[in-house]
Design a protein around this ligand. Structure first.
Ligand SMILES: O=P(O)(O)O[C@@H]1[C@H](O)[C@H](OP(=O)(O)O)[C@@H](O)[C@H](O)[C@H]1O
Ligand SMILES: [Zn+2]
Ligand SMILES: [Zn+2]
Length: 224
């Protein structure tokens, strides 16, 4: 798991208890790793979650700021992780148990912003449920800043399933292996996805597999 150890190093750096202010460049590097699929959202969120329980208030706050950034920048893979019942219960538990007022307020701010951002996504309802429970328990939420709930970052599409190549319809088998285009997320045979490209619009700076159609699109000179 080389890639995740690279992630671990960056996360330790971003949440170092020797710091007094957030290490934004490192936090953004962490986002890039996740956006490029160099670290799985599940592994990333689980690692940040551990840091939230640090006794050092700076370290816990930096972990929270890292969590806020990966939710804003890394798309649905991360959203699936932070909106699970278990993760929401963990945040609710932290709100109740933390000794630090600023940490509690930051968690309340995040849960409220996510509930607003995911208000039209039924599968993420655990977040709104958590807001409702905390309100019923008397916690005061800060005023919602809608800007906090805008996740504008463009992220690569989820990979489609499929038994045949999306382009030439050949059936996958032990011989005809399945591959995915990182630009459209569709599934292809080797012949139809033999090219690579960077995908800066998704924060992918390294060469990744793309299908012929996406290759033509991304390598066509921008129309002047
Ligand atoms: O090689 P396999 O054991 O078939 O596994 C496939 C590879 O991991 C492909 O990666 P790639 O797209 O980078 O080739 C991936 O797109 C497919 O979903 C997997 O089934
Ligand atoms: Zn094909
Ligand atoms: Zn494609």
């Amino acid at each position: 798991m080389f890639k995740s150890s690279n992630f671990d190093k960056l996360l330790d750096k971003a949440t170092s208890n020797l710091r007094l202010d957030p290490d934004w460049p490192t936090i953004l590097q962490i986002c890039d790793l996740i956006r490029q699929n160099d670290c799985s959202p599940k592994y990333a969120v689980a690692s940040v979650k551990k840091k939230l329980y640090s006794q050092n208030p700076h370290q816990a706050m930096f972990a929270l700021l890292t969590l806020e950034s990966i939710v804003k920048n890394c798309g649905s893979g991360v959203h699936d992780e932070v909106t699970s019942k278990g993760f929401c219960e963990m945040l609710r538990d932290l709100v109740k148990t933390t000794q630090h007022e600023n940490l509690r307020n930051k968690i309340l701010e995040l849960i409220q912003a996510w509930a607003f951002a995911f208000r039209n996504t039924p599968k993420y309802r655990a977040v709104q449920d958590t807001v409702n429970i905390l309100k019923a328990e008397g916690y005061k939420f800060p005023a919602l800043k809608e800007s906090d709930a805008m996740f504008s970052a463009d992220t690569a599409p989820e990979w489609a399933d499929g038994e045949v190549c999306h382009r030439c319809r050949v059936a996958f088998s032990l011989i005809v292996r399945r591959h995915h285009c990182r630009a459209c997320g569709q599934v292809f045979c080797q012949q139809c996805s033999s090219k690579t490209s960077t995908l800066p619009k998704f924060g992918i700076e390294k060469e990744v597999r793309v299908c012929d159609a996406c290759y033509d699109k991304v390598s066509r000179p921008p129309t002047s």
